[in-house]
Design a protein around this ligand. Sequence first.
Ligand code: FAD
Ligand code: DHB
Length: 382
Amino acid sequence: MFATVAIVGAGPAGLLLARMLHNAGIDSIVLEHRDRAYVEHRQRAGMLEQGTVDALRACGAAERLDREGLVHHGIELRFDHQSHHLDFPALTGGRSVMIYAQTEIVKDLVALQLAEGGPLLFEAEAIAIEDDMLTFVRDGVEEKLGFDFVVGCDGFHGISRAAIPDARVYERDYPYSWLGILADVPPSCEELIYAHSDRGFALHSMRSPTVSRLYLQVPNDTDPDDWPDDRIWDELDARFAVDADWKLMRGPITQKAVTPMRSFVTEPMRHGRLFLAGDAAHIVPPTGAKGLNLAIADVVTLAKALQHWFTTGSPDLLNTYSDTCLRRVWRAEHFSYFMTTLLHRAPDQTPFDTRLQLSQLHRIADSRHAAAELAENYAGLP
Ligand code: FAD
Ligand code: DHB
């Protein structure tokens, strides 16, 4: 088997790359370890930057997104029982974000790939990457895939990263996790609420006019079974408490999962014909919603570079791929770290630390400059 570009992983990064290459007339084969249902139902991100939406539109994958996506013009910060609205268009020169679930992006891209694109092989696990050959296992049988280029879009637990020799790794763990829920209840807010409280962080997001997505900061190694539904709603109520006429609507919880938090970057993101994209190369803690958006930005950069190579024979953009991506990655790493440490309560947090957090939150609420810095990073830098 041979593909001009072999893609490992059918998350948003691998699927969008395959789509963009297909549109550019470059053939690819996508290998995905899991089955289709698993990939299409794994609950994860939901907040899309303008650049992510633009990329999906440009490759003809935004028909449903444009019908069902919810445009958001800002977020609410809650602290000290007060609420503060950040108006993104006013603070960023017109930018907004969109709420549309990662699961839906994956479903849309899988359907397009199966209808129009190159092979997308589910339950095909890549096990080794060599210079111009990849080995994978399907139905218990080892197969070989030759390539001109191979792209590791296989997420944080994939195998591609290990094929880059002498990589430099930068990482940080956090002393807390998120308990994320999906609930069949209309959102209690029009815009996302990021809440700082003495009891820890909480986030109110949504998936549709009838489905809410909420997150609670919890200790690492929390067992979701220790959190019956009533306990979750009571805790959310306590953390979102505000001196205003506002009520958190409760409804049946349909999914519950705990996610640890990590910052991680591997450099460089390229070795010879191997390129890394998305979570395979970098992880951010989810506060600020950068992970999916970074994954998309990587493959947009890579698709352009590959297209440039195949149309002009110039390796210039392939050679700058890693540095171009890492500039954006480190900005997002800083922003995600900033949002995380600003809003969460560390187990060893002192009253001094809390005062610093509140001082910074007041600064964002009071200063257009401080608010614009947050809004620009959140809505996405060009
Ligand atoms: P993945 O989605 O991880 O896809 C990798 C794929 O590779 C998987 O399908 C995997 O099965 C496959 N694979 C792995 N190993 C192999 C192998 N050996 N062979 C073949 N296939 C393999 N980001 C945001 O931007 N906004 C948000 O609002 C946001 N919220 C989040 C909330 C939560 C609770 C979590 C957990 C994450 C969130 N993120 C968010 C992060 C976002 O989900 C990820 O950054 C995104 O999934 C990265 O996409 P990817 O394609 O790089 O990797
Ligand atoms: C969502 C996740 C995030 O991490 C975030 O900052 C905003 C929204 C979400 O899943 O909707």
